[in-house]
Design a protein around this ligand. Sequence first.
Ligand SMILES: Cc1cc2nc3c(=O)[nH]c(=O)nc-3n(C[C@H](O)[C@H](O)[C@H](O)COP(=O)(O)O)c2cc1C
Length: 179
Amino acid sequence: MKKIIALGGSNSKNSINKTLAVYAARKVETAETTIVDLNDFEMPLYGVDFETENGIPENAIKLNELIASTDGLVISLAEHNGSYSVAFKNTLDWLSRIDIKVWKDKPVLLLATSPGGRGGQTILASAKAYFPYLGGSVTADFSLPSFYDAFVDNEINDAELKNELNEKVKIFEQHLLAE
Ligand SMILES: Cc1cc2nc3c(=O)[nH]c(=O)nc-3n(C[C@H](O)[C@H](O)[C@H](O)COP(=O)(O)O)c2cc1C
């Protein structure tokens, strides 16, 4: 059985991106999902002086080890002012100080959702372009717009969008199994 991580790029307790990441990850029948909540890996605000004085936080080391021990990742990004949420970016910055290949050449299914009609497309495009520099092999990406209308009773209610995600999950799974 392969191992995957489902991660919401947010520290909101009721993160809609965590919900979407878990929903998509559970469609991968050939893998066991570990849910990563950024609140369980809280880290101080990254700064070069802080790092010089205090070193790398224990939670960054732990998360780095967890990523190293997985076969693939389903990451759904929250969009804050067109960019990563502070919590996700902070985590990324710390992880990159341990290993610039943050995602360790593992397959990534990259998602984003928001309550708005653009569904986090700005951050999705930005991360899709940048993740390869962090050792992230983005095998497929998907944006779910208008989350609260589109995702009801733990299901995507638009058949076309649901099929699109199912297809993207399949592509991700093929890469996962080929590893
Ligand atoms: C500071 C802030 C900035 C935001 N900026 C955007 C944005 O640029 N685009 C967008 O679609 N939603 C934006 N939103 C709304 C978020 O998409 C919404 O809060 C969503 O629930 C975040 O995902 P999460 O629930 O996984 O944390 C913003 C929210 C906050 C609090």
